[in-house]
Design a protein around this ligand. Structure first.
Ligand code: DMJ
Length: 535
């Protein structure tokens, strides 16, 4: 599928619109290119605050906190290094290596940029040598998720290259992306959900073989854009943009159908027809990073990918109207909804959204969105802050303001009264989303209060999740360690959870939001202000 395409000059007097549409995804939803004066306007909108509190005492506290988090990261890394080096994960309770994602070393690669940012030079050098040995042509023999391969491996390698400039990472990212492009060779160009590297066949995790979901078709645009830029080969960007072409071309919002609100997409899609199937729109698992990548891809491209911005704006209208809902505790929640009504259930995945919305509000200079982002941050943080462990559940429900609570169980009513929400799935898997959103608020406002929130959550994580093999999950965040531990430590613990924890206490110019865009897996990619539409 890989083919060489000559570079196109997109901007300028001799723009060839139809070619641009097919090659670069540069045409906006309504067929327009960004205007230079819009780009100039967005360039002025600084993301990070200029108002961070200074002073020696605070500096010392923050440095101690950063050092504490780094020590714990190192503790987990050393356990992985000792018992499971080069495998995808370590079971933090049994200390056994676990193969979950092709067996190429998901934790090794997902951790690289955090190791670099923390200044762990020896560990970085050793890990680099290990990366050199990986052969992506072979795997453990099991089909694996294309989405996860992209966000953890390709994203991790690109980011390691961004920070270290070591060409091995770009070489390996390209080698792997070339293999994964085969998974986009479908009747529509929308990728398979699962890909078997050995046999070169696609499948779905469950249900009909051509089933995929919104997040897993729409979370390539950032990595593939950056890879195209770095390699000067548009093939990756073109494949990722084609997903948008097809989903927009073949689906028209229609009342009474699964896709009824413009910009709010159902979760499930058939990759063969390119048609949406079912699954009420939401911002949680199965959908989340699709929306996240609209605004981030636009920002990463130096404001050139106008269609992504148009899609984001359209989605925002639907999100504000049908997904965001006031709870009985007067906090604003993110439910599951469309013009047929709202399900008042949410999950911790949705909690990435306040941070992304705050970022968008700074990029677009839109203070109304900042207010909403803050309201949503409060309910997200509350799911952690109200627990005795300072750690929130995987899934939670709320009662829309003014609704009758008679459908709820007595325990749920009791929890709503006590916490403002009830716990639906009470476990915790060291997920980063709440910390991530608070991190954005810290960097955007400069308000030390947010760093303190992160520190409080970190105290809960350290007290409840730290074990010999790293950091385990909790069965019940109400009970903490006493309620039982889960022997699972996903690679995102190293890529995201520890990165956001640490960056809340470094100097704010370390991986500034004005210089980098974080991928959904927490991998920073350099923003390209000079990008002119040409690879
Ligand atoms: C991460 O792998 C990514 O953030 C992904 O988009 C969904 N969430 C997990 C962590 O919870």
């Amino acid at each position: 599928m890989k083919q060489l395409l000559s570079a196109f000059i997109i901007l300028g007097a001799c723009v060839h619109l139809s070619a641009a549409k097919h090659v670069d995804g540069m045409i906006g939803l309504k067929g327009h290119l960004p205007r230079q004066r819009d780009i100039d306007h967005f360039m002025k909108n600084q993301v990070q605050s200029n108002n961070f509190t200074t002073g020696d005492a605070l500096k010392k506290i923050r440095a101690n906190r950063a050092a504490d988090i780094k020590d714990s990261f190192l503790h987990a890394w050393k356990a992985y290094r000792k018992y499971a080096y080069g495998s995808d994960e370590i079971n933090p309770l049994t200390l056994e290596p676990v193969t979950t994602r092709n067996g190429w070393g998901a934790t090794l690669i997902d951790s690289l940029d955090t190791i670099h940012i923390m200044g762990l030079d020896e560990e970085f050098k050793e890990a680099t040598d290990k990366v050199r040995e990986i052969n992506f042509d072979k795997n453990d023999g099991e089909p694996s998720k294309v989405f996860e391969t992209n966000i953890r491996y390709i994203g991790g390698l690109i980011s390691a290259y961004e920070l270290s400039n070591d060409k091995i990472f770009l070489k390996q990212a390209t080698a792997l992306a070339d293999i994964m492009l085969e998974a986009f060779d479908t009747p529509t160009g929308i990728p398979w959900q699962m890909w078997d590297v050995q046999t070169g066949t696609g499948s779905s995790e469950a249900g009909p073989s051509t089933l995929n979901n919104l997040a897993e078709i729409g979370t390539y645009q950032l990595e593939f854009f950056r890879l195209s830029q770095l390699t000067q080969d548009p093939v990756y960007h073109k494949a990722a943009q084609r997903v948008y072409d097809v989903m927009l071309d073949r689906n028209v919002p229609k009342k009474g159908a699964t896709y009824s609100v413009p910009g709010l997409y159902p979760i499930f899609i058939d990759i063969k027809s390119g048609k949406f199937l079912s699954g009420k729109p939401n911002l949680g698992g199965g959908s989340d990073s699709f929306y996240e990548y609209l605004i981030k891809t636009w920002a990463l491209s130096g404001y050139q990918l106008q269609r992504s911005l148009d899609m984001w704006k359209e989605s925002m209208k639907g999100i504000k109207k049908y997904i965001v809902s006031k709870g009985s505790d007067k906090r604003m929640y993110m439910g599951i909804g469309d013009d047929e009504g709202l399900d008042s259930i949410s999950d911790t995945f949705t909690c990435f959204f306040p941070g992304t919305l705050a970022l968008a509000s700074r990029l677009l200079n839109d203070s109304d969105s900042m207010d909403l982002a803050h309201d949503l941050l409060l309910s997200s943080y509350n799911t952690f802050a109200r627990m005795p462990t300072h750690i929130g559940p995987e899934n939670f429900g709320f009662l829309p303001d003014g609704d009758d609570d008679s459908d709820l169980l007595a325990t749920q009513r009791g929890e709503i009264k006590k916490y403002g929400f009830y716990l639906d799935r009470p476990y915790y898997l060291m997920r980063p989303e709440v910390i991530e959103s608070i991190f954005y608020f810290y960097r955007i406002t400069g308000d030390e209060k947010y760093a303190d929130w992160i520190w409080e959550i970190w105290q809960g994580i350290k007290a409840n999740c730290a074990v010999e093999g790293g950091f385990a999950g909790l069965r019940d965040v109400r009970l903490g360690r006493e309620g039982g531990l889960i022997g699972k430590q996903e690679s995102f613990v190293f890529a995201e959870t520890f990165k956001y924890l640490y960056l809340a206490f470094t100097e704010p110019n370390v991986i500034s939001l004005d210089d980098y865009v974080f991928s959904t897996e927490g991998h920073p990619f350099k923003r390209s202000f000079s990008f002119n539409g040409t690879f």
